[in-house]
Design a protein around this ligand. Structure first.
Ligand code: SAH
Length: 374
């Protein structure tokens, strides 16, 4: 590992696996398993069934303020507020586009760190795109988040709170289209989720546990996107959580991928694809291959062919993402005719492929644009 530049921004190719040690936010109900919630409530001198009440308020009614939990004794409410419901996220700015159906929120964490989440409402579903780290250590040169380096890992509750905030806004009818619920969560905001493994798994568990113990979102509706931390992909496959794995491949050959996704200098294309097939075999879930099409960089037909040969006949789906512009990057999205040719080559190999409808470009809320600047 090379050393950081004096500004704190990573030098090209530098990888940061271990987040700087920072003070952690106070414990929140959403950090805890059901058993831990009961224990925490007992420690406060309250009956364990209060944990069920608190869970119902938070995960079912999306109420995170004990003052409003009027079925609890007033003295207990105060205790719970201090011990289990610290304020974790403060909204600094909301930006909307697509007639209000795409909404990016800039959040300030307790220590001043900034992260962003994006709510995307479609006709048939609503997806929350959440951050798992403040910043990111993976340093992909086409991604705005990667350019600022890693500030710190987020906690389970800080991740869950982003989903709860979105669910609250939807439930309250603040998003055009009438009241709704969050059916999908994608870990495609800031950060590398598998580099913050424990907190992310905790957050996934809170999301998929049935109401009232958790948010009751189907595991199939949760997507964990990764640059390809091979050992962590193996661990994820063993969790018994059938979430969708998205692999940010972006190049089928090591020479180019070494520069586009620097983690490739650790784990090569062949190794990361092996891990993805292992994930598919264990979970039965189709793996999603993410490929940002960058003009004249990775969009040649021969690369489409190479990719097609590597992944044909596998439980896989390719998501092509027209590159979103980021500050200081000279790269742009592929020409439409090159994009079409790329799709055709993959289809020739029988590989299912779609071009992602990127949302939120106008508000710097699309893939790779989250920089969390004030
Ligand atoms: N760290 C994780 C998740 C965050 S990024 C990961 O890399 O998978 C979510 C997706 O957006 C990834 O596939 C990422 O490669 C892609 N992405 C990053 N910058 C982009 C950009 N400028 N244009 C299009 N997609 C981008």
């Amino acid at each position: 590992m090379s050393t950081a530049s004096p500004t704190g921004a990573p030098v090209p190719g530098q990888l940061t696996f271990v987040a700087p040690r920072r003070a952690k936010p106070a414990r929140h109900l959403a950090d805890l398993t059901m058993a831990e919630r009961r224990a925490a409530v007992a420690e406060l001198g309250e009956k364990p069934f209060r944990a069920d009440q608190l869970s119902r308020h938070y995960f079912e009614k999306l109420n995170g303020d004990p003052e409003l939990m009027t079925d609890l004794p007033a003295a207990a409410r105060e205790k719970f507020a201090t011990a289990l419901f610290p304020r974790l996220l403060t909204s600094v700015r909301e930006m909307t586009t697509d007639g209000g159906t795409t909404r990016k929120t800039l959040w300030r964490l307790f220590d001043g760190a900034l992260v962003e989440s994006v709510l995307m409402r479609y006709t048939d579903r609503t997806t929350m795109c959440v951050s798992s780290q403040a910043g990111c250590g993976m340093n992909c040169p086409f991604c705005a988040t990667g350019q600022a380096g890693l500030t710190r890992n987020m906690t389970t509750a800080e991740i869950v709170e982003q989903v709860v905030a979105g669910a609250r806004a939807l439930g309250a009818g603040e998003v055009p289209g009438g009241p709704g619920r969050v059916g999908n969560v994608v870990f495609m905001g800031m950060g590398e989720p598998l580099a913050n493994y424990r907190a992310v798994i905790g957050a996934v568990r809170r999301m998929v546990e049935p109401v009232p113990h958790g948010l009751g979102i189907s595991a199939r509706g949760v997507t964990v996107s990764t640059v390809g931390l091979v050992p962590a992909i193996g661990k994820l496959a063993d969790e018994g959580l059938p979430v969708t794995l998205a692999l940010s491949l972006h190049a089928p050959d090591d020479e180019l991928r070494d520069t586009l996704v620097p983690i490739n200098t650790r784990w090569k294309v062949a190794e990361v694809l092996e891990a993805a097939w292992g994930y598919a075999a264990k979970t039965g879930r189709r793996v999603s291959i993410e490929y940002a099409l960058i003009k004249d960089i990775n969009d040649q037909e021969w690369r489409a062919d190479l990719l097609g040969r590597l992944i044909r006949n596998r439980l896989v789906h390719v998501n092509l993402i027209p590159l979103n512009p980021t500050p200081g990057s000279k790269w742009t999205a592929s020409r439409p005719e090159d994009e079409r040719a790329f799709v055709r080559r993959l289809e020739f190999h029988g590989v299912p492929v779609t071009v992602r409808d990127t949302r939120g470009r106008e508000i710097d809320g699309a893939c790779g644009q989250l920089a969390a600047a004030e």
